[in-house]
Design a binder for this molecule. Structure first.
Ligand code: KG4
Ligand code: ZN
Length: 350
């Protein structure tokens, strides 16, 4: 293996309430970027925000300011490399909470300016989109093999989108949520049930013991497009609690999760059929949900499609996925940007 094309990427992520840094080693022989994660450090602010029941942007930004330097130092030390050995600095540019994004972006710009290391601004959603490709290395699947077209479902706290990937470079959003994101719906249902923040994992845990004898609606499941809507489902939960206050919370969680999973799986599989997909990928914080992962596993097996889903630690926000996206951006010929021209962008689109 040629080692002269070996690069080290220092990746930084601060789009919401996780201060994260990672160091990745990438060997790109033009056909194939082989990525090895040398370190990945996540400083979660969950405890800080849990008393507010959600992320408070200014509190998050202040915590990022306090944590960013120690987190980056820790990632460098754990990788057994030094700042001098780093080839590129990658940072999440958006979308996300602007006070949070600014901390990471300005830190990375200053670091790039001071060290002369090239800066790669990364779309956070591209981080989620490319995160399942971390498995390609392990499975030794060449990128140009029969993996494409691929349909990717990205489900997080801020987004729910179906993306068509014609190849590793060429992607197009087919549809997204018109109101709440899937993770947001999990979090809102958790709030209705007075479960701790973040709600997704709590709802999922309770759902494991649920045996509901009722169902919740599946919004937009039969619509021809690939858009989603989750606010009506959350309202259905609200009305159910009002009308049947004695219902077991486990049953509510299970009925809600079944409805959300059904909509996500049905629409993704329909897109796979329409676009003659050979593979399906699943990513974003909600992809950590066991029931969603299992249902995707079963359906893709039935349809004989390749299925890629990252390990759970790569589903929720982290810097490793930002480094993975940067490696693929470089592979795809995207050039680093002048740090003076890079700005955090809370509404950055895919
Ligand atoms: O990707 P992510 O960490 O942040 C954003 O980019 O938004 O996603 C966070 C979302 C939260 O809404 C959280 O409740 C949800 O992912 N989540 C889950 C699970 N773990 C995290 N939702 C359902 N089941 C889970 N196990
Ligand atoms: Zn995310």
């Amino acid at each position: 293996m040629a080692t002269n094309n070996k690069k080290l990427i220092l990746a930084i992520e601060t789009s919401c309430d996780e201060t994260a840094a990672a160091v990745l080693e990438v060997v790109d022989d033009k056909k194939w970027p082989t990525i090895r994660t040398l370190s990945s450090v996540i400083n979660s602010q969950v405890k800080l925000h849990s008393k507010f029941g959600g992320v408070v942007p200014e509190v998050a930004a202040r915590a990022h300011v306090k944590n960013i330097l120690p987190v980056v130092q820790k990632a460098l030390a754990a990788s057994r490399s030094t700042l001098a050995a780093i080839s590129y600095i990658a940072v999440t540019q958006g979308p996300g909470l602007i006070p949070s994004l600014i901390v990471g972006v300005e830190f990375a710009k200053a670091l790039s300016f001071a060290t002369g290391k090239p800066l790669i601004p990364v779309n956070h959603m591209l981080g989620h989109l490319y995160s399942p490709f971390s498995q390609l290395n392990a499975r030794r699947l060449p990128l140009d093999a029969k993996l494409f077209p691929m349909i990717s479902l990205i489900v997080s706290g801020g987004h729910t989108m179906i993306v068509l990937m014609k190849n590793i470079k060429d992607y197009k959003v087919l549809g997204q949520t018109v109101d709440d994101a899937a993770g947001e719906a999990f979090d809102k249902v958790a709030k209705l049930l007075k479960l701790p923040y973040p709600g997704g994992p709590e709802v999922s845990k309770l759902a494991a013991d649920g045996k509901p004898d009722f169902v919740f609606p599946r919004p937009m499941i039969h619509n021809k497009n690939y858009d989603f809507s989750f606010s009506g489902l959350k309202t259905a939960v609200l009305y159910h609690l009002r009308d049947f206050p004695k219902t077991k919370h486990a049953d509510i969680c299970k009925a809600f999760q079944d409805a959300a999973v059904d909509v996500l799986v049905t629409k993704t599989m329909r897109a796979a059929k329409e676009f003659k997909a050979r593979s399906i990928s699943l990513s974003g914080g909600v992809a950590a949900n066991k029931s969603l992962r299992e249902m995707f596993g079963l359906k893709t097996k039935d349809l004989r499609l390749n299925f890629f889903v990252p390990p759970q630690k790569l589903c929720t926000d982290n810097a490793e996925m930002i480094g993975i996206a940067a490696a693929f951006m470089l592979h795809n010929g995207i050039k680093p940007k002048n740090p003076l021209l890079v700005k955090a962008d809370s509404n950055l689109e895919l």
